[in-house]
Design a protein around this ligand. Structure first.
Ligand SMILES: [Zn+2]
Ligand SMILES: [Zn+2]
Length: 217
C-alpha cells in the first residue's frame, strides 16, 4: 500500500516520523509520504527535518519514505510561492490542502493549488468541473481521502475526475496510528465514493508513477 499524505507531530500528527514509518511498514505499506502542514511560519523548520529523517528511514526500514509538505491555509495568492519554497527545501511530494465542505478554506484555494505546480490537490470537495479539467491539463492528481469529514465529498470528486479522465490518488491523510487503514476499511471508503477495487489499484499505480517521476528529478 502507498499513502502519499500523512502527518507527524511536526504538525498535528500524533507520532514521531520514525514510529509512523515503522508502524506503516509493519502494516504492509511499501511507500509513505510525510506531508506535514506548513505555511511560511514553519516551512523552513519542518521540511529539512523530514528530508533528513526520510533518507535514513528509507534505508533502514526498507520502505520508500518520501519527504513532502502540505501547504495549508496559505492565502491563494501565495500558494505557488509556498510550493516552490517546499521544493527548494527538498520536498518530493507537495500537496495543497484543498477546499472542502468540512472546513472554511479560502475560496480560490483549489484553483490556486492547481496552478501552483503542486503534485496533489488534497480533499478538493468543492472542486468544479472546470477546475477538474484544469487539473488534468496541469497534471495535478486529485485526492480521494479516507479522512473523516473530507471523505464526504469523495463521490463528487471521483465522478468529475472519471468524467474528465483526470488522475486520482487515494490517501489516508493519516494523523495517528488508527488512520493507517487496512483493506477492509479502504473498501468501505471506496464504496461510499462509488469507486471499485480496480479504481483503487489504478490510484495506487498513479501514486507509484508520481513517486518515480519526482524521485528522479
Ligand atoms: Zn489537508
Ligand atoms: Zn493532511
Amino acid at each position: 500500500m502507498i499513502d502519499l499524505h500523512t502527518h507527524t507531530f511536526f504538525s498535528d500528527g500524533e507520532l514521531i516520523p520514525s514510529e509512523l514509518v515503522c508502524r506503516a511498514k509493519y502494516r504492509g505499506y511499501t511507500a509513505i509520504g510525510l506531508c506535514d502542514h506548513v505555511d511560511f511560519s514553519n516551512i523552513d523548520f519542518v521540511v529539512p527535518r523530514i528530508v533528513k529523517v526520510s533518507k535514513y528511514l528509507t534505508k533502514y526500514y526498507k520502505i520508500t519514505v518520501i519527504p513532502g509538505a502540505e501547504i495549508t491555509y496559505v492565502p491563494p495568492e501565495l500558494i505557488s510561492k509556498a510550493v516552490s519554497m517546499a521544493r527548494k527545501l527538498g520536498a518530493r511530494i507537495v500537496v495543497v490542502h484543498g477546499e472542502t465542505t468540512a472546513e472554511e478554506v479560502p475560496p480560490g484555494t483549489n484553483h490556486a493549488g492547481i496552478l501552483s505546480g503542486a503534485d496533489i490537490l488534497a480533499h478538493p470537495g468543492k472542486i468544479s468541473a472546470e477546475e477538474v479539467c484544469l487539473a488534468g491539463k496541469k497534471n495535478v492528481f486529485l485526492e480521494i481521502t479516507s479522512r473523516k469529514g473530507h471523505r464526504d465529498t469523495n463521490r463528487h470528486v471521483a465522478t468529475l475526475a472519471k468524467r474528465h479522465n483526470v488522475k486520482m490518488v487515494f490517501d489516508n491523510d493519516a494523523h495517528s496510528l488508527k488512520n493507517l487503514l487496512v483493506e477492509k476499511d479502504i473498501r468501505k471508503i471506496l464504496k461510499l465514493a462509488n469507486l471499485t477495487w480496480n479504481d483503487y489499484l489504478t490510484m495506487q499505480s498513479n501514486a507509484r508513477r508520481l513517486i518515480n517521476s519526482n524521485v528522479k528529478t
